[in-house]
Design a protein around this ligand. Structure first.
Ligand SMILES: *[C@@H]1O[C@H](CO)[C@@H](O)[C@H](O)[C@H]1NC(C)=O
Ligand SMILES: *[C@@H]1O[C@H](CO)[C@@H](O)[C@H](O)[C@H]1NC(C)=O
Ligand SMILES: *[C@@H]1O[C@H](CO)[C@@H](O)[C@H](O)[C@H]1NC(C)=O
Ligand SMILES: *[C@@H]1O[C@H](CO)[C@@H](O)[C@H](O)[C@H]1NC(C)=O
Ligand SMILES: *[C@@H]1O[C@H](CO)[C@@H](O)[C@H](O)[C@H]1NC(C)=O
Ligand SMILES: *[C@@H]1O[C@H](CO)[C@@H](O)[C@H](O)[C@H]1NC(C)=O
Ligand SMILES: *[C@@H]1O[C@H](CO)[C@@H](O)[C@H](O)[C@H]1NC(C)=O
Ligand SMILES: *[C@@H]1O[C@H](CO)[C@@H](O)[C@H](O)[C@H]1NC(C)=O
Length: 673
């Protein structure tokens, strides 16, 4: 009888929304659903629930509006347990930029409907960068499509059980175990195809199961994940049950087609025939265009000849270089055509800047309205390209809030196009050196410094492999809409390292930021990055270029200048006059002294970036600079002229790899001995 009633209600195409205290509902399509939505989430006219749209760095939630109690009050044993529950839903993750998607979605139990303090991106709209605690009362099942090292993700297509943290308690690659043979079969979460998830909790056994299958397929007997969890220790007095999704740099559409839930029993089954349809996305299939072209050829010859000419012209215009091995890097590859259109044909008015390695254009990807910055790098070494692209792709997997995200690349003859997330406020050097523009205040400067420090810590120590930036400087620090410092251009310098013959050493970096041992050996290390970072610290605090000039046009090396102030006991006088005395003296002293310490000529005397972080956070007090500290250029001055050529390379062997830009400090490359 209850089954019959259920069926009857289900056939009322919308919803069976039993009264809230029963804690049961089933929706196939959400047109008539009573849900609490926030953020980007909307119910579309056909009843599809879209948790996100193409907005990047957004989040969306859909909650059952009534609070539910998950505590079993009728227990007769001495230990209280949580109630059993069961949920099932059908979702689809559809990418906007072909094959490229970011961030996933999650089923969640939360103590509140107000998740305004949760972050988008890798936090899935559930938590934020502050580590979650038991007070968050969050239980989630994440369907994650990006491998985020911060969250110790296992791969870029996994299902995980999360308790008050996005570091999953248990996670497995997305898929299911076949009922017959028990063999594991993969499912691609971001395939754009609908899939069903079951989340079942047994209050007595204290066990949470998660099962995944293609839509229409029966529920596999063996769950994908089965984890011992005592829900009683997690939940608050009352909880809300919901779905959450977020977008990062790129975004995907996160759709929910149907959702059912029940406390104390199995979730009502979903009637697949009543689920809403997904919108059509993506370009027309290519074969169709070809077919039309062929047909017209049989009807009219001339237009088709014109069409072929046009086709060939277009082909040449949008020609790319693509080799078999690049298939491995699939989603990171952009088509030249898309980038061409995005940047209005690389129009001059779209030029954002001319940097160390080439021109940078602003663009908007038509399909997604995603703002991008496209850097055109010309290169001559064919040999190194493969390694470089492998590196680009691995860099593309780096995720840190203070890194300018690299989205992908495209290759043409002798040219590489790198696609980055667009940064609204441009590069930091503009703010430091443009005497007419607004000056950054001290709080902004320390915030930027801390951001860059944490990104460098991530590159040096926290990622799966050590990444050396090789070109840290103010002009490589970009500022996003919130004025967060974001380190950009990493690894680029490496392109010029590859494929060179073994007898000459190319030193790549920027004058004024090159550690002495780097000049001598050509070998970049985390310590040479710290040297450049030290110069960067001085740059930000003093508002001066690493090598400037005095009124007589004599070069002034910033490190020497600050060091002189330091030895005279007047280090505070080195601070940027544009701050007009508005700063915390202790902090300024710390930053300047730390800058000197990092730019120490001896690599062993420089702190690691982790130490730098601790000094900046005032967790540790800074060691005194030794009385014998002497800057590298000072030492050089005192020594024979041998060093001078390193500081001011002006021999013919110096080769500038930047386009003529008129900027005085560019990335340079020269042959070492
Ligand atoms: C995405 O959703 C938000 C909130 O509903 C809305 O303000 C925004 O215009 C939407 N963006 C697009 C591209 O649809
Ligand atoms: C939606 O659910 C809430 C909580 O159960 C209830 O207060 C409200 O009246 C419902 N709204 C509608 C339109 O059914
Ligand atoms: C509550 O606990 C009792 C025994 O401990 C069990 O018999 C009952 O089924 C539980 N109720 C729910 C809703 O889980
Ligand atoms: C709890 O109650 C059930 C019947 O409702 C009974 O079978 C069971 O023995 C009881 N357990 C305890 C620990 O009292
Ligand atoms: C949600 O919580 C934040 C504080 O975390 C508060 O500022 C905001 O007003 C709350 N929103 C609602 C709708 O209650
Ligand atoms: C992170 O979320 C917690 C609540 O879970 C909130 O108290 C805290 O303010 C948030 N932190 C940030 C930086 O938003
Ligand atoms: C947050 O949690 C991670 C992983 O457990 C840990 O490595 C990190 O130190 C924590 N951060 C803080 C500020 O507690
Ligand atoms: C979880 O899966 C196991 C099999 O792995 C099964 O024995 C158990 O009954 C399941 N529990 C729930 C709540 O579905």
């Amino acid at each position: 009888m209850p089954a019959l009633l259920l069926l009857l209600l289900l056939s009322l195409n919308g919803a069976l929304a039993s009264s809230a205290d029963v804690g049961q509902f089933a929706y196939q399509g959400f047109a008539a659903a009573n849900l609490t939505l926030d953020g980007l989430s909307v119910i579309m006219p056909n009843g599809l629930l879209a948790l996100t749209n193409s907005t990047s760095q957004g989040k969306g939630h859909a909650f059952h509006p009534a609070p539910l109690s998950f505590i079993n009050t009728t227990t007769n044993s001495s230990t209280t347990v949580a109630r059993s529950f069961s949920a099932s839903f059908v979702f689809a993750i559809v990418s906007i930029v072909d094959g490229l998607t970011d961030q996933g979605l999650a089923f969640v139990l939360a103590p509140t409907l107000n998740l305004s303090s949760a972050s988008a991106g890798q936090y899935l709209g559930l938590l934020n960068a502050t580590n979650g605690t038991a007070r968050d009362h969050i239980l989630a099942v994440e369907l994650d499509i990006i491998r985020n090292p911060e969250m110790r993700d296992i791969n870029s297509n996994h299902v995980g059980i999360d308790v008050n943290s996005l570091i999953s308690q248990q996670a497995k690659p997305a898929g299911y175990y076949g009922d017959g043979d028990g063999a594991f079969r993969d499912l691609m979460l971001n395939s754009g195809k609908p899939m069903q998830v079951w989340v079942d909790y047994d209050g007595q056994a204290r066990q949470l199961n998660v099962t995944l299958a293609s839509v229409q397929a029966p529920k596999p007997k063996n769950p994908l994940l089965s984890e011992a969890i005592d829900l009683y220790t997690i939940v608050a007095e009352t909880m809300f049950v919901g779905l959450s999704a977020s977008s990062g740099v790129l975004s995907a559409h996160h759709y929910i087609l149907g959702w059912s839930f029940s406390l104390d029993g199995p979730a009502p089954p979903l009637d697949f025939s009543k689920l809403p349809t997904l919108p059509h996305v993506g370009p027309e299939p290519r074969s169709k265009i070809l077919y039309i072209a062929l047909r017209s050829a049989t009807v009219l010859l001339i237009p088709s000849v014109l069409a072929v000419v046009f086709f060939l012209w277009r082909r040449r215009r949008f020609a790319e270089v693509r080799e078999d091995w690049e298939d491995d890097f699939g989603p990171h590859r952009f088509t030249y055509k898309d980038l061409f259109h995005a940047t209005d044909g690389f129009k001059n008015s779209n030029i954002l800047g001319v940097g160390g390695f080439g021109k940078v254009y602003k663009g908007v990807l038509p399909a997604s309205n995603l703002e991008i910055a496209v850097k055109r790098v010309s290169h001559d070494s064919r040999q190194g390209v493969r390694e470089f692209i492998a590196e680009v792709v691995s860099i593309g997997r780096l995720r840190h809030r203070n890194l300018a995200q690299l989205l992908g690349y495209c290759r043409r003859n002798g040219e590489l196009l790198l696609v980055y997330e667009y940064m609204a406020n441009g590069s930091l050097d503009k703010y430091l050196y443009n005497k007419n523009g607004p000056a950054l205040n001290w709080t902004q400067r320390t915030w930027i410094i801390k951001g860059v420090t944490s990104s460098l810590l991530y590159l040096h120590e926290d990622w799966e492999q050590v990444v050396i930036h090789r070109d840290i400087k103010a002009s490589n620090v970009l500022l996003d809409g919130q004025m967060n410092g974001r380190l950009g251009d990493f690894g680029l310098a490496r392109l010029y390292d590859h494929g060179t013959d073994a007898h000459t050493t190319h030193v790549v970096g920027t004058m004024g930021y090159l550690a002495p041992e780097l000049v001598r050996t050509g070998k970049a290390t985390p310590s040479t990055d710290v040297f450049a970072f030290g110069v960067f610290l001085l740059e930000v605090a003093c508002g001066r270029r690493p090598i400037g000039s005095d009124e007589h046009n004599n070069p002034v090396v910033l490190v020497d200048w600050v060091l002189e102030h330091h030895s005279n006991g007047s280090i505070i006088d080195a601070v940027d006059s544009r701050l007009m005395g508005k700063f915390n003296t202790e902090e300024v002293t710390l930053v300047l002294t730390l800058g000197l310490l990092c730019a120490h000529p001896l690599p062993n005397a420089r702190p690691s970036i982790r130490k730098v972080m601790q000094y900046l956070d005032s967790d540790q007090s800074l060691p005194r600079l030794s009385a014998t500290y002497m800057s590298y250029s000072k030492m050089a001055q005192m020594q024979s002229e041998g060093f001078d050529s390193y500081i001011m390379p002006h021999t013919p062997r110096v080769k500038s790899i930047c386009s003529a830009s008129g900027e005085s400090w560019e990335t340079v490359m020269f042959d070492g001995r």
